[in-house]
Design a protein around this ligand. Structure first.
Ligand code: C2E
Ligand code: MG
Ligand code: MG
Length: 690
């Protein structure tokens, strides 16, 4: 087990065990040495000192006995000597006892023999002392003193010398023991200091190693966590450690991966269209903004034609499948350098960098060709088409929101015109797309009363009288002047604001109708409805209520609907049309001929009138093809019991042609241009009475 891979717990246990071991060693050594010291001290106190004391005692008693003897020799009266004998015997006995005790203290062999010598000398001295006493008592002091000086005194001197030598020897022995003791104490001190130093060094080393093994990887983990927190998930997290730091790093890696996954999911949810896997509107706008500022290219908006009816008729599954197929076809044909996104519903945006108008047009044709290729979904063959709006940047603008708005207009115009593609630059002759900014002002305009209705007469050719009229909205803008409906109605439809405009138009028209009734005229008035209106059940109820409140008869009101409005949700539209028709309202198909429905289809609808679009009426007198279409439409309408209106007749020749071909009504500049109510009433009064 290398220290590198040992767990932090194991490393700490190891470190503290070493330190604890060293401390225990210090304590054990100290205790042992202390015990030795105590034992040695005790020995010195118990034996050495006692031996020295005994040797001294033996010496002192021998000397005291000699002094007693000298006193005896100088004491002439016998009575006075008796107590001195007793004292001398006592001293001799004490000296002998001291020697005996000393011999019992377990001395070494050399000292035992030394003691033996001293004991011999002591016995000889005791014998000589006895002889000296006997001479004193028997022969008198002179002889005794001579004996003492010749023999006893010499032995006493030898005894004193030897016993002092013994005492000195014992003292030296004690000194050497003390010396040993001091040396052992010094050694113990050194050992304890050494062990303590070792513990200190080992402790420092282990603390450093453990800290290094823990703190450095932890610091590294902290810096990795910071990098991950900053959003960089490519940050490498070291692998391989098996300790707690390794577990922390593994947890960090798991955390990094799951955050990255979660963020990817969130980004996907926020940026990717889940149906087609294409970028969504937000992502597209971001990517467009991120392109190089001075880059040029084309931005296209493709809308699948008649998607809603397909979706409704065949179900959402087929609709979804269709959108996926379209997305795939667009992506493939647009090429790798393009950016394709699904903005919403059936609208796709395509950005092509570095292309000019010609290349963009070519590309759109390629994309359309791909989209138009027949498609089979759940066994059903579908022929789909699309309309494309194209804008070029930076020529038409650089700001994505504006570009998308403009390209949406171009796409809407393409749809209306049944053109496959319309460039924003072509819109200059169309209603000024710049005025799209008016969109935001529409709500205020309604409150401020800036909308106004113009009336365009419908001339009844049979009676040569104006018996009907179409209400056409205008916006009297305080700055931009009179704005025609094509510049704001399509966008009111897109934004849903039309839900507020149509009821206002209806109220205004019903109010105006009351005015002209007072003036003695009562034409049937037509109001244009948009697709959304037709799908809004609330509007049907609104119309019924308004008519009942005003007292205007339902037959006096006609609603104009375009074919495309009927196509979006045919079933719902038909239900509402039936309700309106049952209530007595007239219904009219506007712009007939621009859509794709046949007359046979129109026959099934509860309509009363058909308005042939201006494109067929213009120059009808000189264009055989137009003439054929208009003539056959008039005939078929008669068969079906519908009245026919020719829209947009401008010239007297056109009017004459229409009259001679039994067209019922004509509406166009050739009769009158749309005009405000104040002009309309006198105009009709004058026309009908002329
Ligand atoms: P529309 O319903 O087909 O109305 C006929 C349009 O043709 C009117 O345009 C009218 O001024 C124009 N027009 C009539 N005779 C001639 C002619 O001889 N020559 C030419 N060049 N044009 C002629 P306007 O008023 O600009 O309206 C355009 C469209 O706006 C209308 O087409 C209608 O679809 C829509 N619109 C107008 N008012 C309303 C409204 O109140 N609600 C809704 N939803 N749409 C409306
Ligand atoms: Mg109309
Ligand atoms: Mg029309």
């Amino acid at each position: 087990m290398t220290i590198h891979f040992a767990s932090i717990r194991a490393r700490l246990i190891l470190a503290f065990s070493v330190l604890l071991g060293l401390l225990l060693a210090v304590a054990a050594v100290s205790l042992q040495r202390l015990e030795v010291l105590t034992a040695t001290t005790q020995e010195i106190v118990n034996y050495q000192a006692r031996r020295v004391f005994m040797a001294q005692s033996m010496n002192l008693h021998a000397q005291a006995a000699a002094i007693d003897l000298l006193k005896l020799l100088q004491t002439p009266e016998r009575d006075q000597r008796v107590p001195l004998y007793a004292a001398m015997d006592e001293e001799m006995a004490a000296s002998a006892k001291a020697v005996h005790d000393l011999a019992q203290t377990g001395l070494a062999a050399d000292l035992q023999s030394y003691i033996g010598q001293v004991t011999d000398l002591q016995q000889r001295y005791a014998t000589l002392l006895q002889e000296t006493v006997e001479l004193l008592e028997i022969e008198g002091p002179t002889k005794a003193r001579t004996h003492f000086e010749d023999r006893t005194h010499k032995v006493l001197n030898t005894l004193l010398f030897e016993s002092r030598a013994l005492e000195t020897h014992l003292q030296q022995m004690m000194q050497s023991r003390l010396e040993q003791l001091r040396e052992s104490a010094t050694q113990a001190t050194h050992l304890v200091v050494l062990l303590a130093l070792c513990a200190l060094v080992a402790g420092t080393g282990l603390a450093w190693a453990v800290a290094r093994g823990i703190v450095l990887p932890l610091q590294k983990a902290v810096s990795i966590a910071k990098v991950i927190a900053s959003g960089d998930y490519r940050q490498d997290v070291p692998n391989g450690r098996r300790d707690e730091v390794g577990a922390l790093l593994r947890a960090l890696r798991v955390m990094r991966d799951s955050i990255s996954n979660r963020e990817e999911k969130i980004l996907r949810l926020a940026y990717i269209d889940p149906l087609t896997d294409l970028p969504n509107r937000t992502r597209f706008m971001e990517l467009f903004d991120a392109r190089v500022s001075n880059a040029s290219g084309a931005l296209m908006l493709l809308n699948v034609d008649r998607f809603a009816p397909i979706n409704n008729a065949l179900g959402y599954k087929v609709g979804d499948h269709l959108l996926c197929q379209v997305a795939l076809r667009i992506t493939r044909s647009a090429g790798e350098s393009s950016l394709v996104a699904r903005l919403w519903g059936d609208k796709f945006a395509i950005m092509l960098a570095g292309v000019d108008q010609l290349t963009a047009a070519d590309k759109v044709q390629q994309i359309l060709a791909a989209v138009r290729a027949p498609m089979t979904i759940t066994g059903q063959r579908l022929d789909i088409d699309a309309s494309v709006g194209v804008t070029l940047y930076p020529q038409d603008g650089t700001e994505i929101t504006t570009l998308l708005r403009h390209v949406n207009v171009a796409m809407t115009v393409a749809k209306h015109r049944q053109d496959s593609m319309v460039f924003v630059s072509e819109l200059d002759n169309e209603p000024d797309h710049q005025q799209l900014s008016l969109l935001g002002e529409m709500r205020d305009a309604l409150v401020q009363g800036e909308f106004i209705i113009y009336y365009q007469p419908k001339l009844n050719l049979k009676q040569n009288k104006v018996t009907a009229v179409e209400a056409l909205i205008r916006w009297r803008h305080p700055v931009k002047g009179l704005i025609p409906p094509m510049q704001f109605i399509p966008f009111a439809e897109q934004t849903g604001f039309i839900r507020e405009i149509t009821p206002w138009v209806l109220r205004q028209v019903i109010e105006d109708a009351a005015d002209w009734r007072h003036s003695g005229i009562s034409p049937v008035v037509s109001v244009n409805l948009s697709t959304r209106d037709l799908l809004n059940h609330g509007l049907v109820e609104d119309i019924q209520r308004l008519l009942m409140q005003s007292g205007m008869s339902a037959e006096q009101l006609c609603l104009e609907i375009t074919e495309s409005a009927l196509m979006d949700e045919p079933e719902l539209a038909l239900r509402h049309l039936n309700e309106l028709s049952a209530f007595g309202l007239k219904l009219s198909i506007d712009d007939y001929g621009t859509g794709q429905s046949s007359l046979a289809y129109v026959k099934t609808l509860p309509v009363d009138e058909l308005k042939i679009d201006r494109t067929f009426v213009t120059a009808v007198d000189v264009t055989p093809r137009n003439a054929a279409i208009v003539r056959s439409t008039i005939l078929l309408c008669r068969e079906l019991g519908l009245s026919v209106v020719a829209e947009g007749a401008e010239t007297a020749e056109e009017l004459a042609w229409l009259k001679s071909n039994q067209c019922d009504f004509v509406q166009g500049y050739g009769v009158a241009k749309p005009m405000p109510l104040t002009d309309f009433i006198p105009w009709v009064q004058k026309f009908n009475h002329s």
